[in-house]
Every structure is written in C-alpha cells, then in structure tokens.
Ligand binder design. Structure first.
Ligand code: ASP
Length: 322
C-alpha cells in the first residue's frame, strides 16, 4: 500500500514539474552588433532604439503569453524591426554598391528542424514573412533573387519599389564606403529573434540588408541555416549578427547548438567558445539564443549590440552597450 502511495506521489511530482516547464517561455531579440558607443549616440536616438526594441519584444511576448506559437512571436517581432528605419533590415537596409537594397532572411523551427530562407530580395516588404512562406508552403529551404520573388507573388505577396526601402542615412553610408572602396563599416544592424513558447517549441529568425557596398550579389550568413540562424528543441535556438563571411566559415549558430548537444555545456559557454573562434579568424559580431530550458543568452565581441529579452515571469532587459 505504502509503495502505491509513493508511486502516486512520484507521478504527481513529475506531472507538476512538466506543467511548470511547459509554462516557461521567453523571447530575445537583437538589432545588430558593432562599434556602438554611448559617446556617439544622442539621447533621442538611444531612446528611439530602446522603444523600438521594447515594441518588438512586447509584440512577441504577448503572443507567447496568450499561448501563441514561437514562430508567430518571432515573425511579429522581426516585422516590427524590419519596418523600422533604425535597423539594417526591411526599410532602412544598407545599400549595395549599385545603390539598391538586397535583403536576406531565414527562419527555423526547432520541433521539426524545418527551415526557410531567401536572399537577394528587392521588392518584398517583410522578408521574414517570405522566409516563413518558403518553409511552410514550398518543398524547398532556400530560394533566391527573382525566383524567390516570383514565388512570393504566387503566394499573394505584394511587391513594392526598391526605392521605398532606401533612406538618406544609408545612401550617405554607401557613398562614403564607395569612396573608401570597403564593405566594412563596423556596424551590423541585422535583426534577429529567438522565442521559446509554452509548448517547448523554439523558433529562430534573422533578417538583414547585408553589408554596405556589397557587390556581385554577395550573400552573407543570415539566410544560411546553421550560420545566421538555427533552432533545435533538443538544444537551443540561435540568431547571429556580424561580419557574415566569418559567421559562415565558423557555422556559428550550429556550432553553438552542437556544443550543447555533444559536450552538454551551457548556452553561455557555448556562445563564448564560438565567438572566440570568430574573433581568432578576424571577425566580429554577436549572437542571441534561448536553450530548451528557457535560459537566455546575449553575447558579442564588439563594443555594443542592440539587444533585449523578456522571460515568462515578466523579467525584461533592453541594452545597447558593453
Ligand atoms: N551578418 C550580416 C551579413 O553579413 C550583417 C549584419 O549582421 O548586420 O550580411
């Protein structure tokens, strides 16, 4: 009899632990890393960045809190950042050498390792939504250029003028970069989001205009699954920002996930190890992530990274500098 009660108590304990875990959720975003210094930032601009990050976090948090899915939360948060001129994604994207906007994005869901990615997009307002469409309604993972836009139109997306993404600030930057003949401006304004929902599902997404003054249809890490974006419910979700070539060569997002998988180390240590490898090769940038237990990570090897999170208990953090 006593044995029976002990067994029952054990089962109840397991069920209640499961319930607690199932209700844990979290969302984390970044808006790019780089040489972001307090002394170069006006109070107004700093407030504008923080407010926009809060708006994106709140939108995702609301979806998660009301038992929505992590993919809906990630898409909603990234769309807000894409629509803001402050970040290098959607409107406000950096310009290529021929003074056009060419955008890349990707998304991945951790319960089924499904992924969607697009690159070289010039006329779709929210690239993250197109990446999601590729994942959910095509038999492919990665579409590029005109084909990707044809697919978008076939799925009912509106096309808009490339001009409508362009801002004066980005035009000035590309003209300066052209004079220096460089693609590096030490600021990476890519946006990204990782969310864990109440059902234990992790989604990661990343969206960017790439790097200023890029040529020859250059593609960075953002649409490359495993480099800019990765999600696996057994380990974590990751979104990257930084000098894309180095993030591709280090397969950054997958490298962090794999360390958790094989070495059983925590997400913060895994991110540190990977960012060190990026730095040792000469690259810079940052990563955000959430592991399967809801631990949030935000790390970078630059002077700053626009970043923030909200956890299920309402704990919120929004930061910019080191
Ligand atoms: N990683 C992006 C790229 O190389 C740039 C960024 O993070 O802003 O295209």
């Amino acid at each position: 009899m006593k044995k029976k009660y002990t067994l029952l108590a054990l089962i109840l304990l397991i069920i209640s632990c499961e319930t607690v875990n199932k209700n844990e959720f979290a969302i984390v975003i970044h808006g790019g890393a780089g040489t972001i210094l307090k002394e170069n930032m006006s109070n107004e601009l700093e407030t504008a960045y923080k407010n926009k990050m809060k708006e994106a976090l709140d939108a995702g948090y609301y979806i998660l809190k009301t038992s929505g899915t992590s993919i809906d939360a990630v898409e909603a948060a990234i769309k807000i950042l894409e629509d803001s001129e402050l970040f290098n994604a959607g409107r406000g994207s950096v310009l290529s050498n021929n003074e056009e906007v060419e955008m890349d994005a990707s998304i991945m869901t951790g319960h089924n390792l499904n992924a969607g990615a697009i690159s070289g997009i010039k006329h779709i307002k929210n690239p993250i939504s197109l990446a999601r469409k590729v994942m959910e309604e095509s038999e492919h993972v990665f579409l590029s250029g005109k084909g990707a836009e044809d697919f978008a139109v076939s799925k009912g997306f509106e096309t808009i003028e490339n001009n409508s993404f362009i801002t004066e600030r980005r035009l000035n930057s590309v003209r300066n970069a052209k004079k220096r003949d460089s693609i590096q401006d030490n600021k990476f304004g890519t946006v990204g989001c990782v969310a864990l929902d109440k059902f234990g599902n992790i989604t990661s997404g990343t969206s960017t205009g790439g790097m200023t003054n890029k040529k020859w249809n250059r593609i960075g890490d953002v649409p490359i699954i495993g480099a800019g974006t990765y999600a696996n419910n057994n380990t974590c979700g990751i979104s990257s920002t930084g000098w894309g070539e180095y993030f591709i060569r280090n397969v950054v997002a997958y490298d962090i996930s794999s360390q958790i998988d094989y070495l059983k180390i925590d997400i913060n240590q895994a991110a540190k190890n990977t960012l060190k490898k990026v730095k040792d090769l000469g690259g810079s940038g940052g990563v955000i992530g959430i592991d399967k237990n809801g631990n949030v990570m935000m790390d970078f090897n630059t002077k700053g990274m626009y970043r923030g999170y909200i956890k299920s208990d309402g704990e919120i953090k929004i930061e910019i500098y080191q």
